[in-house]
Design a binder for this molecule. Sequence first.
Ligand SMILES: C[S@@+](CC[C@H](N)C(=O)[O-])C[C@H]1O[C@@H](n2cnc3c(N)ncnc32)[C@H](O)[C@@H]1O
Length: 255
Amino acid sequence: MPQQFIADTGNLYADLSEYYDQFCAEVDYARQCEFAERAFACFASSGGREYLDLACGTGQHLADMQRRGFVASGLDNSAHMLAQAQLRCPDAQLLLCDIAAFEQVAQFDLITCFLYSIHYSRPTAALAQTLRRAWLALKPGGLFLFNAVDVAGIRNDKRVTTQLQHEDASLRFESGWEYRGEGDVLDLFLHITKESAADTRCWSDHHTMTAVTFPQLRLMLEEVGFQVTLLEHDYDVLKPLGGKAFNAIVVATKS
Ligand SMILES: C[S@@+](CC[C@H](N)C(=O)[O-])C[C@H]1O[C@@H](n2cnc3c(N)ncnc32)[C@H](O)[C@@H]1O
């Protein structure tokens, strides 16, 4: 009998959230957190270890930063993702909220937003609001750390693929950004294929994100009041960004 093939749509952060950690199987969370701790030691001067992760997802950064002695809080607009973060980090404070809408004031020493999630603030006005919220939520001397992509570096034909075996199924994840050539929309296309003895299932997901250039992003951060340094997108070194790079780690301090 021919194997059944089922094609569907789904949302990686909702009905498909059980696959999220496998989707990120190749993300080195420990390395990113080690980098965050190093950057925090170099750039922050607020004195405490209160930590907030924006778009915290299933809480992988929260758990690692707790092990490093930070008091962790996480924020995400997906109840599905937060439910998993809650299981992973029962002691963390978790907030179901849009990253442009949290209202804490002068509470945190370190705020992070990894895996390009800052681009989920849509449209550009919401992104500006997120940066402002982060500035308000930091104590003086606090650090806002996130990674970002300059739209000038988006290649519509570039895809990232991860393949792994999970239980008795073979999983394949494919993701890629596409830029329409004008405007501030950055499309993210995701495809998941799960092949088991019984059937092959395949889901497609599409997210709209915000496209910015690094000069625009720097200006938006500076307008809020941040001091900004762009670093190479390399979690092994703290190195200023070279001229032609389109991925960066953004260090923004509230002086
Ligand atoms: C790529 S995942 C990153 C999760 C986590 N930071 C990590 O590195 O594994 C993006 C996360 O952003 C969340 N998200 C998307 N748009 C958001 C928004 N506007 N406000 C808050 N969270 C959002 C999603 O629910 C998802 O958990």
